[in-house]
Design a protein around this ligand. Structure first.
Ligand code: NAD
Length: 242
């Protein structure tokens, strides 16, 4: 393990442009279950494609919001863990350009990361499907209709949605990327699962196998928080190219 951490530190030092791509596994150490690990409670009983889809929202908004607030509330109350703190530190020290995240929990920003691209949206707001008016997400706890009567939807990407602007920015950010750290993502949700092709080298930090393991420079099965904290420790007070 130490040899692989050392190797990763060398790759970061050699790279002129390093970016992180995080998934739900970056936040499990904060107590938020992911979708695809075995025994992650909520998601063993339901199919996310069905319960987190625009179709489900339109069909039965009450059930949609009752179900989704079960895990959104966990996201909203969670605190950043060693993975988020370490990525914020790497950015602060100039080793990391920023974080592309599939997570909607906002924990990277809360840990201090400045450049975060939220390719699956966030839990800060919602808007009206009819007139477009925006509200805080909290409004949905008491009312899921707009003042105009239209249905409110959260600003998270649901199955069946188009990708938000941050996704296209993320593709641009990856142009010329020499090292992509994929952290806590099963890389099974498209189009994000295809982003590693845009980077020259890929390092995977994920408990379970991913489709990119074979072409990756390095693979860690250890916990994201531990691996990244060890990387930060080894880099010490040295500063990077940013
Ligand atoms: P996923 O559930 O498909 O995969 C998570 C991966 O992380 C798994 O392969 C698991 O082995 C690994 N993992 C779990 N804990 C880990 C740890 N501590 N260290 C290393 N690896 C760990 O997640 P995904 O690829 O992000 O796709 C799920 C989708 O669901 C995303 O699009 C995301 O928007 C959404 N989601 C978000 C949150 C959140 O915001 N925190 C939580 C659940 C789901």
């Amino acid at each position: 393990y130490q040899a692989r951490v050392h190797h990763l530190v060398q790759l970061i030092k050699e790279s002129g442009k390093t970016v992180a791509l995080t998934g739900a596994g970056a936040s499990t150490e904060s107590g938020i279950p992911d979708f695809r690990s075995q025994d992650s409670g909520l998601w063993n009983q339901v199919d996310p494609q069905k319960s987190v889809s625009i179709r489900a929202l339109k069909k039965d908004p009450q059930s949609f919001y009752r179900f989704n607030f079960q895990w959104w509330d966990v996201c909203l109350q969670a605190k950043p863990n060693a993975c988020h703190h370490s990525l914020a530190r790497l950015e602060e020290q100039g080793w990391l350009l920023g974080v592309i995240t599939q997570n909607i929990d906002g924990l990277h920003q809360r840990a201090g990361s400045q450049r975060v691209w939220e390719v699956h949206g966030h839990l800060r707001s919602c808007h009206c499907l009819h007139c477009g008016r925006m509200f805080d997400l909290a409004r949905l706890k008491v009312e899921y209709h707009c003042t105009c009567g239209g249905l409110l939807r959260p600003d998270v990407v649901l199955f069946g949605d188009a990708m938000p602007e941050d996704y296209y920015t993320a593709e641009q950010v990856l142009s010329g990327c020499q090292l992509l750290l994929v952290i806590g993502s099963s890389l099974q949700v498209q189009p994000v699962a295809g982003l590693p092709r845009l980077a020259r080298r890929v390092v995977i930090i994920n408990h379970d196998p991913t489709p990119w393991d074979e072409s990756a420079e390095l693979v860690f099965r250890e916990s994201a928080g531990q691996v990244l904290a060890d990387v930060v420790k080894q880099l010490g007070n040295n500063t990077g190219p940013y």
